[in-house]
Ligand binder design. Structure first.
Ligand code: TTP
Ligand code: MG
Ligand code: ZN
Length: 199
C-alpha cells in the first residue's frame, strides 16, 4: 500500500498553509514540518482536533531526509510539509519514503517565485501528486483572481535578477493577476498604465 500525495500551491496570501492544516486535521495523527529559514510564524503551532497540539517542526533542509527516515510511521496517518518551496531536492526522496510507508503526504508551497519561475521542487511534486489544488488570492490592484506574487522593494517592482529568496509578507509582497504582475527588467509600454491603475 502506498500513501496519497496531496499538493496545495498558489501565490502568497492564498491560504495554502491554512488549507493544508484543515486537511491534516482530518487525520487521526499527523506531524508537520517546515524549513527553519522562514521564522515568520515561529510561534505558530499546528494543533490537532483533540487539542494535543502538534507543532509544525522547523527543521534544517539538510536534515530533512534523515529526520523523515528515522520516523516511526505506525501511528502516523499523514505528514505535512509547509513552505515546501524552500526544501531542496531531498524533499522528493523524503516524500517518496513517507508514501512507501503507506502514510499520506500533504505539501503546501509556492509553485512560482516572484519572477513566475518554478520554485524549488514544487512542480515535480505537482506532477507526482494524486490530488492537486491551485489556490488563488485576490489581485491587490483590480480584485480579480491572482495567481502570481508581486515583490515590491521601496515601492518599485523587483527585477528579474534579484535573489529568489526573500522572507517577508505584506511589506514586500502582493498577490497580483496576470495583467498587473510586473518585473522591473520587463517594463514595457503597459507599465505606465499599470502604475496609474495602482495610483
Ligand atoms: P507563503 O506561506 O506562501 O505566504 P502566505 O502565508 O502569505 O501564503 P498562504 O496564506 O497561502 O500560506 O510564504 C512565502 C514565503 O516565501 C515568504 O516568506 C516570502 C517568500 N518568498 C520568497 O522568498 N521568494 C519569492 O519569490 C516569493 C514569491 C516569496
Ligand atoms: Mg503560508
Ligand atoms: Zn489585477
Amino acid at each position: 500500500m502506498r500513501g496519497k500525495l496531496k499538493v496545495y500551491t498558489g501565490p502568497m496570501f492564498a491560504g495554502k498553509t491554512s488549507t493544508m492544516i484543515q486537511e491534516l486535521e482530518k487525520y487521526d495523527e499527523f506531524v508537520a514540518f517546515k524549513p527553519n529559514m522562514d521564522n515568520r510564524y515561529s510561534e505558530e503551532k499546528i494543533v490537532s482536533h483533540d487539542g494535543n497540539g502538534i507543532q509544525a517542526n522547523s527543521i534544517p533542509t539538510d536534515e530533512l531526509i534523515h529526520i523523515i527516515k528515522s520516523l516511526e510511521y505506525d501511528g502516523i496517518s499523514a505528514v505535512g510539509f509547509d513552505e515546501a518551496q524552500f526544501f531542496d531536492d531531498s524533499l522528493i526522496d523524503a516524500v517518496d519514503h513517507v508514501l512507501e510507508c503507506d502514510t499520506d503526504v500533504l505539501v503546501s508551497g509556492l509553485d512560482l517565485d516572484f519572477r513566475r519561475e518554478n520554485f524549488g521542487c514544487m512542480y515535480e511534486l505537482i506532477k507526482k501528486s494524486d490530488e492537486y489544488e491551485k489556490l488563488l488570492a485576490k489581485c491587490e490592484v483590480c480584485g480579480s483572481n491572482a495567481e502570481y506574487t508581486q515583490r515590491i522593494i521601496d515601492g518599485e517592482p523587483a527585477s528579474y535578477d534579484d535573489p529568489v529568496v526573500l522572507i517577508g509578507a505584506e511589506e514586500e509582497y502582493e498577490p497580483r493577476c496576470d495583467n498587473h504582475h510586473v518585473l522591473s527588467g520587463e517594463m514595457d509600454s503597459n507599465y505606465e498604465d499599470i502604475l496609474s491603475d495602482i495610483g
